[in-house]
Design a protein. Structure first.
Length: 441
């Protein structure tokens, strides 16, 4: 406790870090206040039907991501997920389309162009999603029904999400942590007390199992929390011996040689990407017939086999995808050579690139499958009788994102402390599992 208080004092002493943290908290406060501002023309006292819809199913997950803004018919009701969906599309185009590949190679100017295209695509997605959302608002809650209400609400919802996106970018530029991820996290945290209270009330019911059952759930949740930390952190370096066993090469060097590859290099990004894709069918539900509605129903059954199978499969795919754009074996091999390192028994150059690529591909598969399993654990919690709001914290999207964002933010704060020769946030002075530069082997 004494060390923690001393660390807080050190954070306060660093003016730049102090200003960044206060700036971040201020932006998050603006976001939370905006989440309580109801759309003009909507009576907040008549939203019981909408709140009932968002208490379960995929709409409940979407409401959690928006921090309750979805069920409150807020100006921020669509949250940040449309922007994430647009980002996924642009990154996929960066792999398949030569124009976007060229932009990626242009450095900062290319990145600005891609960000601008992402914003335009976000607006297009919002124009499609906003009318679908308005169909969820009960007629009794509409004070100003008609085309004027629909048109003005579409404009406000689109503007609200673009403003939320801007807030996230401000945090990334002038605050601490990744702004978009922090906005998602703060929405999840906002729902946690309600979920905990709801589960406690359910267990205190006559047929709920009582206090013992609730305490057992808390203990199991703590164990899942520890597993999630280990999964998000992965391991910073792979021993050469283990890597060579993976690719079937028994000739390896000493016990202190490592390859700078994390077991879970993608972190929680596959979870966010996959969840954004799972929300998309809901956006097009109103534009299709019965066949489309039947297909969309698969994506609304949070506990169903179809939903969880597709969700898990998307996580595996996006784990490979995000790992591929995050780790470049070619560049890693060059960095190893420049730092005077080498992998014993593997020739420098092309052979080293092939070796690293082989290791990366084989360790990504079990990591992605385990990540997918932890992500769909809430479905098993629901089968065990846990309420949906509380079940979301049993590993699934919410807990993994929460753990990942907190660790990433702590890493940035720690970097500021270490640069000014203060002790880090952990006992060892380092946040374990963070991604470091390529070290010589």
């Amino acid at each position: 406790m004494k060390k923690f208080i001393e660390t807080l004092k050190n954070i306060y002493k660093i003016e730049d870090l102090r200003v960044r943290i206060l700036y971040t908290l201020g932006i998050l406060l603006i976001y939370r206040l905006g989440s309580k501002v109801v759309l003009p023309g909507v009576n907040p006292m008549e939203l019981a039907e909408l709140q009932a819809k968002t208490s379960q199913g995929v709409l409940g997950i979407l409401d959690m991501f928006s921090g309750g803004a979805f069920s409150s018919a807020s100006i921020f009701a669509l949250g940040i997920m449309p922007y994430i969906s647009a980002s996924i599309v642009i990154q996929l185009l960066g792999i398949a389309v030569p124009y976007f590949q060229r932009l990626q190679r242009e450095g900062e100017s290319g990145r600005r162009k891609m960000n601008q295209i992402t914003r335009y695509l976000t607006v297009l997605i919002l124009i499609i999603q906003a009318p679908t959302y308005l169909t969820q608002i009960p007629e009794a809650a509409r004070v100003l029904p008609g085309i004027f209400f629909n048109l003005s609400s579409i404009i406000i919802l689109t503007t609200g999400t673009m403003f939320v996106m801007w807030l996230g970018e401000r945090i990334t530029d002038k605050g601490v942590g990744n702004g978009i991820s922090l906005l998602i996290m703060i929405g999840i945290i906002a729902r946690m007390p309600f979920a905990l209270f709801g589960e406690f009330a359910a267990r205190m019911d006559k047929a709920g199992g009582g206090l013992v059952a609730f305490l057992l759930e808390i203990v199991f949740l703590f164990l899942v929390f520890v597993v999630s930390i280990l999964l998000v952190q992965g391991t910073r370096r792979i021993p050469v011996q283990y890597a060579k066993r993976i690719v079937g090469n028994k000739q390896y060097g000493g016990v202190r040689q490592y390859i700078p590859i994390k077991v879970n290099a993608a972190g929680v990004m596959p979870i966010i990407f996959a969840q954004a894709i799972m929300f998309l069918p809901l956006s097009f539900a109103r534009y299709g017939g019965e066949g489309v509605s039947g297909f969309v129903s698969i994506f609304t059954n949070f506990s169903g086999f179809g939903y969880n199978f597709i969700f898990g499969l998307l996580i595996v795919v996006f784990t490979y995808f995000y790992t591929a754009i995050t780790i470049n074996p070619q560049r890693m091999a060059e960095d190893i050579r420049k730092n005077g390192g080498f992998i014993p028994g593997v020739k420098p150059g092309k052979k080293t690139v092939e070796f690293l690529d082989n290791v990366l591909s084989k360790i990504t598969l079990p990591g992605s499958i385990f990540l997918a399993f932890v992500a769909i654990m809430p479905a098993f919690a629901r089968m065990a009788g846990v309420t949906q709001g509380f079940a979301q914290f049993y590993g699934g999207t919410s807990l993994l994102i929460l753990v990942g964002v907190v660790l990433d933010t702590l890493q940035q704060i720690e970097s500021h402390l270490l640069m000014r020769h203060y002790d880090g946030l952990m006992k060892s002075g380092r946040v374990k599992g963070r991604a470091g530069g390529v070290a010589s082997i």
